[in-house]
Design a protein around this ligand. Structure first.
Ligand code: PHE
Length: 486
């Protein structure tokens, strides 16, 4: 950076509109590094603040010999001055001062050869060559004098490049280059009018780790849709649950096959837990064993030991039952809840089944809700995910009536079940203390299956578990679901 350069440049351009030669500008300001000046000019040019026109000029300059002639006299003058009164031999004169100097002094008739000796011919001569060199700038560049000086190698022609500087398109809105991109600039979008010292549009380096798993991307997408649709998230941070909240509270009989070790993982240590009130326990006990609230119940010998058994939760509906109980106890208000978290089942593994998977749970509690609300919610929810081809089928669930399964179309596997839903039975809701006219529509969806549909994956193992391909995770787009649902 040349000191003061910008100031001088813009003052001159403001005044004159144009600078004919960058070299003259250097001379006028005592800058000896023309190259550096051109560097500064180019950086303004790249911002369209100035335009540059590169030109060449040739000029006549003194050669090294020419410089020495200006200082010490021309070679023929030096020879002439050195000839003593008695003369010197031709040989010596030639050897000492050179043939050119000798020829030139002789040609100008400053010396003669008299009997083999070189002698001065006239006195008080003037060094015309030196005078010409001193006066070089005023000579006619095409004249005979210049030709003679060039032949004698006292002057030479040099070409020099320089540039003509004019105002550029952005001359009037020129700004200093910014060295920082600040949060403020981003907020106000003022960065668009700035020029930066660095390339602020360069893509960052791709990190070598820390890519989001496709399931977690889909999870985030699901969550976003629930939140947009007015749902609150339920706390699901307990993989271990007791059978009471996972099954009994849901009016699922204790002899139901789902409660078998073939379907459920039981815990050895701690094998049991008890975190429900006696009052609620008594109501659940009664409705299972003898019936209540106009229901005949399941009619079997209900056992507390069975309800206390710890398991890995088989569904997040266990969380829903805790939430609904709490809602009933704290005073009912209409609610929409959701959760997305892991559940565990002792399954035979295949392309669409794993022993752990993620469940997308939804609960809507309000007065007079029906199955058509559920159908409406699913249609809207899946549409927002970009899945429009869904179908429903009547189903059976111990804790819902009516119940309905939801299916989606996989591009290769055909129709696959996405989840199960229904209206919770009064035998589940009334012991909790919910008002009799409150209906609760609920569902449990798989997170993996819609993901398989959207990513066109044939096996659940390619998104969850050991077979996961790390490269496909790295190369996956941020999310596969469309953001425009029109
Ligand atoms: N819990 C059921 C399952 O795991 C899903 C479900 C939830 C069904 C709520 C009805 C109501 O498949």
């Amino acid at each position: 950076m040349v000191a003061n350069f910008d100031q001088v440049l813009f003052e001159t351009l403001d005044k004159d509109g144009v600078i004919e030669s960058s070299r003259q500008m250097c001379q006028a300001n005592g800058w000896d590094d023309h190259q550096a000046v051109v560097g500064d000019l180019k950086s303004w040019e790249s911002m369209n603040v100035v335009t540059l026109e590169f030109k060449e000029s040739s000029s006549l300059n003194l050669t090294e010999n020419g410089e020495s002639a200006v200082k010490n006299g021309s070679p023929e003058f030096i020879l002439y001055s050195a000839v003593p009164a008695e003369g010197i031999s031709v040989k010596e004169a030639n050897e000492k001062f050179g043939a050119t100097a000798f020829g030139s002094a002789k040609g100008k008739q400053w010396i003669v050869i008299d009997k083999g000796l070189v002698k001065r011919k006239q006195d008080g001569i003037e060094d015309t060559t030196k005078n010409l060199l001193v006066n070089l700038a005023n000579l006619d560049p095409k004249g005979e004098d210049i030709k003679a000086l060039r032949r004698a190698k006292l002057v030479e022609e040099k070409t020099l490049s320089y540039c003509k500087i004019s105002k550029g398109e952005k001359y009037n809105i020129r700004k200093k280059e910014c060295s920082d991109l600040t949060a403020d600039m981003l907020k106000t979008e003022s960065w668009k009018d700035e020029t930066f010292k660095f390339n602020h549009l360069a893509l960052g380096e791709i990190p070598s780790s820390g890519f989001r798993h496709p399931l977690s991307k889909v999870k985030a997408e699901f969550k976003q849709i629930f939140i947009e649709m007015g749902f609150e998230e339920m706390p699901t941070a307990n993989f271990v649950e007791n059978s009471f909240w996972n099954f009994d509270a849901l009016f699922q009989p204790q002899q139901h096959p789902a409660r078998d070790a073939h379907d459920t993982f039981f815990l050895k240590d701690p094998a049991t837990s008890h975190d429900f009130t006696d009052d609620y326990l008594a109501k659940v006990h009664k409705v299972h064993q003898e019936g209540d609230y106009n229901s005949l119940g399941w009619r079997y010998d209900w056992k507390l030991e069975e309800a206390e058994k710890n398991i890995l939760r088989t569904h997040t509906t266990a969380v829903s039952s805790r939430m609904l109980y709490k809602l009933a106890q704290t005073g009912f208000k209409p609610k929409k809840y959701f959760s997305i978290d892991r559940v565990f089942r002792n399954e035979t593994l295949d392309a669409t089944h794993l022993a752990e998977f993620h469940q997308v749970e939804g609960v809507i509690a309000d007065v007079d809700i029906s199955l058509s609300h559920l159908i409406g919610i699913f249609t809207e929810f899946f549409k927002r995910l970009g899945i429009t081809d869904i179908s429903f089928k009547p189903a059976y669930n111990p804790y819902t009536e009516p119940s309905m399964e939801i299916f989606g179309k996989h591009p290769k596997l055909g129709r696959i079940e996405l989840g199960n839903s229904g209206l919770f039975r009064p035998e589940m809701l009334l012991p909790m203390g919910l008002p009799p006219n409150v209906r609760v529509a609920a569902w449990g969806l798989s997170l993996e299956r819609p993901t398989m549909i959207k990513y066109e994956l044939n096996s659940i193992r390619s998104i969850f578990g050991n077979d996961l391909n790390i490269n496909s995770i790295k190369s996956n787009p941020i999310c596969m679901f469309p953001t425009d649902f029109e």
